[in-house]
Design a protein around this ligand. Sequence first.
Ligand code: F6P
Length: 420
Amino acid sequence: MAHATKRIGILTSGGDCPGLNAVIRGAVKTAERHGYDVVGFIKGYEGLVDPVTYIPLNGKNTAGILTQGGTILGSTNKGRFAATVGVQHRLELDPVLMAGVQATYEQLGLNGLICVGGDGSLAVAQQFHEYGLPVVGVPKTIDNDLSATAFTFGFDSAVACATDALDRLHTTAASHERVLVLEVMGRHAGWIGLYSGIAGGGDVILIPEIPWTFENVCSKILERDQQGKKFTLVVVAEGAELPDGELVTAERRQDNRQTRLGGIGNVVAYEIEKRIGRETRVCVLGHLQRGGGPTTFDRVLATQFGSHAVRLVIEGKFGEMVCYQPPSIMSVPILAAVNKLSRVDANSSAVQAARALGISFGDTADLAGPFGINKPAVAEVEEAVIETLASLGTDVPLAAVEPMPVEWEAAAAYADAAMW
Ligand code: F6P
């Protein structure tokens, strides 16, 4: 059936994040000005079929949503449209569902569908594209782990939340001379941990990309003790593997869906107390990071994403995902974006700067000083570790007790002179 009206559909899928409403508003405003109607499907892809559930969207009913968290359309994380379990494990969508989606496109006369989602949701969009349905993608996730875009909206808001938490933990940690462990989100990538750790003055940052040990974490705490800093802030991403390679999960592993992560903060705190007897507390930030309104950065990014997605539909650039490659908003094939995760580069300037400040990533590179200058203050720390462990009757960790290499002597003098 031919439709006189030009119409765009939009849906928000997967875990929510701040900025989804800003995308919707940006898309609706742009579409209206270019002569398109917009319909918003309810609860993500679920609203597309059996039963088809949508609402007309316009300037009026999207007014004022720019600053609101969540999504006025609702979202579904684990529904009938699951096209991914884990990073590389793709599932084919049910052909009956696909036929139903096609019928909805035809009945509503959709010229294009904007799918706002993370890796899993965009993998569904890619299958729509391969099926011949006009679709464009908008990348969303607080984890910032989608490649092809420098930032996903929602990330900055999550970092602001985690940073605020660290600011608060800082004062209570200092008052009680405690170790405070903050567990943040970040399933495959440690962006939230890294950025909030830097912004919030964290002392130890544990992320999935950098293997770490409890010995090195404890060394850092004792090093700070030696310096008269009797408290330590540890930031740990939920997806940081334990030294034995295990992930800490909040539920039993299940087939055909991603297991919920959570609990690593408690493990880290327990080990610190056990190994060096320091009073330690844990704060699991959880979904606070996904709630609330978007930061100014996320409002701007999300608005541009929504607007650019409409532009892609108007220009017939289907199968593309909008992205931010500073300073421009542009697009790349969805396939390119979902096939590769964006993870923290252990040699990136952010990690280097953090190390230069003395932030520990719980690895042996921390035993080296800033900018590759081997800083030997660890020798004293190692002694302290040994003493503490001995007093606790705990085995001395081998990695921490190797003697200081001779070549460090000169570097030590240099580092001291340079006030590091
Ligand atoms: O992908 C974003 C994310 O926040 C992950 O960091 C976290 O593991 C997951 O969502 C939590 O999802 P759910 O809300 O389904 O528990």
